[in-house]
Design a protein around this ligand. Structure first.
Ligand code: CP
Length: 310
């Protein structure tokens, strides 16, 4: 009998292919719950989950809260902008205070990867990473992989193209770790200033030619320009960025017929993707959001019932 053995979900890098399969299979079985009249099962009844967001979020925060509620856990939300951090309380004192409520799972988004590891000193709870700066966003990659598997029927040996602000993207890193476990050939494409010099060491191809790369891709992940992390100008003008790296109507026509266009959201329309393509590409981006709820139910169930037989 197989058992889930990971207490935390800190990154896709740490997961085996088998563990990803387990999360995706379980999430598929949870997806149906959100379509029932009574959208609730007792899987995590009696468990307490704290959602801790030090950075802004709509999709991740809302879907983790809903996921916890659909599994019957008690859930409370900590939003840094409305907290006693504004009265000068430190992050460590804040975490110690939240630990005093005996949570079973801490779901956290924070700008520093080191903070996630430090957190383990101050809590007995399982930790789920919802984005640690530029490092990883594991549940985003899991929901992207879930969406691809649902649409294409497989994750094996795909050509995956990741376009845009790769430098600041935790979504790119988690997806690279994830898809590579299934034999994907990954290509990243963006302005020279937004492609990290060490990405070749991760076994990915680098290109600055979107028009050529899009023709071969099975999956195209358009990344958000992370304006909040841009401390200087990484490209001369938006117009120049759009000219080379935006998914325009013309480029859309170059894609393979069944290629999937993903975006983690929120989309800067007419920057990463032309708004003229909204009707064509937004429905799948919204399906990604829907799948995010199922995947987060799967993740919470597994870390919340760690060491139980599957
Ligand atoms: N994709 C994503 O993480 O979106 P939010 O920042 O809205 O959670």
């Amino acid at each position: 009998m197989e058992k889930w053995s990971k207490k935390h979900l800190l990154g896709i890098k740490d997961l085996s292919r088998r563990e990803i399969d387990i999360i995706l299979e379980l999430s598929a079985s949870f997806k149906e719950i959100s379509k029932r009249e009574v959208k609730k099962v007792p899987a995590l009844r009696g468990k307490t989950i704290v959602n801790i967001f030090f950075e802004n979020s709509t999709r991740t925060r809302m879907s983790f809260e809903l996921a916890a509620k659909r599994l019957s856990a008690d859930v409370v939300n900590f939003q840094s902008s409305a907290s006693s951090l504004n009265k000068g309380e430190t992050i460590v004192d804040t975490i110690k205070t939240l630990e005093a409520y005996h949570p079973d799972i801490m779901v956290i988004r924070i700008s520093s990867p080191a903070a996630l590891y430090l957190l383990q000193k101050y809590t007995k709870a399982s930790i789920v990473n919802c984005g640690d700066g530029k490092n990883e966003h594991p549940t985003q990659a899991l929901l992207d992989m879930f969406t691809v598997k649902e649409k294409l029927g497989t994750l094996e040996n795909l050509n995956v193209l990741i376009v845009g602000d790769v430098l600041h993207s935790r979504v790119a890193r988690s997806n690279i770790f994830g898809f590579q476990k299934y034999g994907a050939k990954i290509t990243v494409c963006g302005p020279t200033t937004m492609i990290p010099y060490d990405f070749e060491n991760m076994g990915v191809d680098i290109t600055y030619d979107f028009d050529t790369a899009i023709k071969k891709a099975d999956v195209i992940i358009m990344l958000r320009i992370q304006n909040e992390r841009l401390k200087s100008s990484f490209f001369p003008t938006i117009r120049e960025y759009v000219d080379k790296f935006s998914l325009t109507e013309e480029r859309y026509k170059l894609r393979k017929k069944n290629a999937l266009i993903l975006h983690p959201g929120p989309v800067n329309w007419d920057v990463e993707i032309s708004s003229a393509l909204k009707e064509k590409v937004h429905p799948l981006i919204l399906e990604q959001a829907e799948n995010g709820l199922a995947v987060r139910m799967g993740v919470l169930y597994l870390v919340g019932t760690e060491k139980r037989s599957l």
